[in-house]
Design a protein. Structure first.
Length: 145
């Protein structure tokens, strides 16, 4: 792992868009795209996690936290992955509690796990992209999913 000098290769989602800046596959990345700057935050990790979720089945449902951690490993390397994965999972938990309402606050540390147990892949995609948009301060864009 030489993440100090090498920026991970751009990742493209199921809509042929960069998970960092939403540039189309056929266009170059935005200059401030994480894949250009090497500065990866929770939003890009959450979007990168989306296409890893199907590779992280749990006994029941999916291991979303595992997919987030795998995305962090791939994008920033082992040294920084844990902290960034924690921050990303927290952003998703905040988003889910916002969706589920005040009573979910009591189970804040379980919402990501429970979401993985009960949600379909399409719903997980909505939440990962929604959490990324919320973290970035953008309105959720349903067409992303
Ligand atoms: Zn990009």
């Amino acid at each position: 792992m030489s993440q100090d000098t090498t920026i991970s290769a751009r990742e493209i989602n199921h809509q042929d868009e960069c998970v960092g800046c939403s540039a189309h596959l056929s266009d170059p990345c935005h200059p401030l795209c994480p894949f250009e700057t090497g500065e990866f935050g929770p939003a890009v990790i959450l979007r990168a996690a989306n296409h890893r979720v199907r590779n992280h089945p749990a006994g029941v449902g999916y291991d979303i936290a595992g997919a987030i951690f795998a995305a962090a490993i791939d994008l920033v390397g082992n040294d920084q992955a844990q902290a960034l994965a924690d921050e990303s999972r927290q952003a998703l938990a905040d988003y889910l509690v916002g969706q589920w309402g005040p009573q979910a606050e009591a189970i804040h540390n379980q919402v990501v796990y429970r979401h993985g147990l009960f949600a379909q892949l399409a719903e997980i995609a909505v939440s990962l992209y929604g959490a990324a948009d919320q973290y970035d301060g953008n309105d959720p864009d349903p067409s992303d999913c």
